[in-house]
Write a protein that binds this ligand. Structure first.
Ligand code: ASP
Length: 581
């Protein structure tokens, strides 16, 4: 057997070595009277010859799949000796506290751990299944260039200087968006690619400078066709993986569907976690004339008063509630009003009994009239034991706080069940959004997204009203995929560029190639691109994208193993015609 020395135990009379390869671990027994085991160090690479023997009854280990046997070693070879380790590879508990940069610097050791191995095995199986699903449906897998021209997805480009003409640069693709559309003009009809995308943007736990998408595009399709394809793929691949890997996850159900407007109104965001209910409720109309100045004044100033139930929150102390208020302030709220829904007339101080048999106390309850309280309880679909939380703000700013508060309450109440994956579509996004700093309209998705035919009439007069044939797939509160039906008519594309403030000359310089291509019989087409790293994160319940990548970057884009990025040779500067200013 070949493998690595996982754990070594010297029990005086005998030495036990757990030998590990990618399929598992088996115990070796070495008798020091016959063989000298001293050279066997943790994580050295070994070849072993011996006999399989049944362990004695009392030494069998039911927790190990090979726990009934051991290998009595006749001979071994050290194929690759190992230096003392930077961290205890075989001890999963201790590994949890090892500095991540160190783990990535010694990734080849970190990845030897069975837990890390499993992640990459799962990733490999996921990609194989996605390929199979698409191959069976007539898709071609086609590679597109990495050295290309800027294709906007809302991030900065990574640029590569072109040696032969100093001052010219390739851009690395933020996505293969333009090429896949060109492949449709080229008559490929169904394309996919396991595509590496490069985006220079602020790093977060779920972002890396380079990441992988399952990029796809189809011709002669409607939005519904794309939705059905991706839902079919998502459900099939996920449920197969759950079964094959014995994952502790419930099989996934058909995807839910929400429009963007519904999602914002009910959950405050375009990527709601629907593992739990807790919808935002609105009480603006009920408190317009309220004696509670905070609400009345806010409504007069144009704010809306919306809120959330915190089930079981009536047991929270005042300090807990002010902690929750601080949480809201962190995300821009001016404050958070609240009151408790008591369980009975003697559940705490100052309980107010209401004619519907319910009781409230504390917070702003004493400033609200009986009829206001009754309307609020009914809007909130409140239950005894709740804490009701209110945010007064204009719609978008309020949403920004309420969606985070909703997730926070969900987490605190244990409603974000790690055994559930709740996939769904968010549909009918607006085409553009106003960028107040830039004083211009920006694409919500990208400039090739088709406006809804029925909204095209508002493109020049009321752009904010135009919805797009654009869709996202979300899962457990995060975005998985984004896609759209594309513009295939040059006249519509020109109107969109005009709206985005991209003048004729810039259009030609940046997108002349694609605009020209669309003049040669471009078919209607659309596509989508789910993130592969994100998908594995969902399956494994990981919060950190680095955990599902073989060689991630740390910090703001550093590779501690390669020590990249790194300075270049002075000769290379000159060759590229570059100079530090
Ligand atoms: N190119 C888009 C993205 O990277 C996906 C698409 O529209 O198909 O999000």
């Amino acid at each position: 057997m070949n493998g690595w020395a996982h754990k070594i135990r010297d029990l005086g009379g005998l030495t036990f070595v757990d030998l590990r390869d990618r399929s598992g671990i088996v115990q070796m027994v070495i008798d020091p009277a016959k063989l000298d085991p001293k050279e066997i160090r943790s994580e050295c690479c070994l070849a072993v010859r011996g006999k399989v023997a049944l362990r004695s009854e009392e030494t069998r280990n039911a927790k190990m799949s090979t726990g009934d046997i051991e290998i009595v070693v006749d001979a071994f070879d050290i194929l690759g000796p190992a230096k003392p380790l930077p961290f205890p590879v075989s001890d999963e508990d201790q590994m949890r506290s090892v500095n991540e940069e160190l783990r990535v610097k010694y990734r080849y050791l970190d990845l030897r751990r069975p837990s890390m191995h499993r992640k990459l095995a799962l990733r490999s199986a996921a990609v194989t299944k996605m390929r199979r699903y698409l191959d069976e449906r007539g898709f071609y897998e086609i590679e597109t260039p990495i050295f290309t021209k800027s294709t906007p997805e809302g991030a900065r480009d990574y640029l590569v200087p072109y040696r032969l003409e100093p001052g010219k640069f390739y851009a690395l693709p933020q996505s293969p968006q333009q090429y896949k559309q060109i492949l449709m003009v080229a008559g490929m009809e169904r394309y996919y690619q396991i595509a590496r995308c490069f985006r220079d943007e602020a790093q977060r736990a779920d972002r890396q400078p380079e990441f992988t998408q399952l990029d796809m595009e189809m011709s002669f399709v409607t939005q519904e066709d794309v939705l059905q394809l991706i839902e079919g793929l998502g459900v099939t691949v996920t449920n197969e993986l759950i079964a094959e890997f014995g994952m502790d996850l419930e099989p996934i159900e058909p995807f839910f569907r929400l429009t963007y407007d519904e999602s914002m109104a009910r959950y405050g965001c375009d990527k709601p976690d629907l593992r739990f209910g807790l919808e935002i409720f609105e009480i603006t109309d009920h408190v317009r004339e309220s004696g509670f100045g905070v609400f009345k004044n806010a409504v007069e100033a144009g704010s809306r008063i919306r809120g959330l139930r915190y089930p079981g929150g009536s047991i929270l102390s005042r300090k807990d509630v002010s902690g929750l208020e601080d949480f809201c302030k962190e995300y821009g709220a001016k404050g958070m009003a609240s009151f408790y829904v008591a369980k009975s007339a003697d559940d705490g101080e100052g309980v107010i009994s209401l004619p519907n048999g319910m009781f409230v106390r504390g917070g702003c309850s004493k400033f609200l009239s009986e009829s206001e309280l009754l309307s609020i309880l009914s809007e909130a679909k409140s239950e005894p034991g709740d804490l009701l939380c209110f945010i007064a703000d204009e719609y978008a700013a309020g949403n920004n706080v309420l969606y985070r508060l909703r997730n926070e309450i969900g987490s605190r109440c244990g409603l974000r069940d790690p055994r559930k994956l709740k996939f769904g579509f968010v549909l009918d996004f607006p085409l553009v959004e106003w960028n107040p700093e830039g004083g211009r309209w920006d694409s919500v998705h990208h400039p090739f997204t088709a406006p809804k035919a029925e909204d095209l009439q508002y493109l020049e007069t009321d752009p904010g009203k135009v919805r797009a044939d654009c869709y996202d797939v979300v899962c457990n509160g995060a975005e998985w995929a984004s896609g759209s039906i594309r513009i295939n008519r040059p006249d519509v594309q020109a109107r969109i560029f005009h709206l985005l403030g991209i003048d004729e000359a810039t259009q030609q310089a940046r997108f002349g190639h694609i605009l020209e291509a669309f003049q040669y019989g471009a078919p209607p087409h659309g596509g989508i691109a789910p993130g592969i790293d994100r998908y594995i994160m969902f399956l494994l319940g990981e919060d950190n994208i680095r955990e599902v990548m073989a060689f991630p970057k740390v910090g703001s884009g550093y590779d501690p193993f390669m020590d990249a990025p790194s300075p270049i040779d002075p000769m290379q500067w000159a060759e590229l015609g570059l100079r530090l200013s």
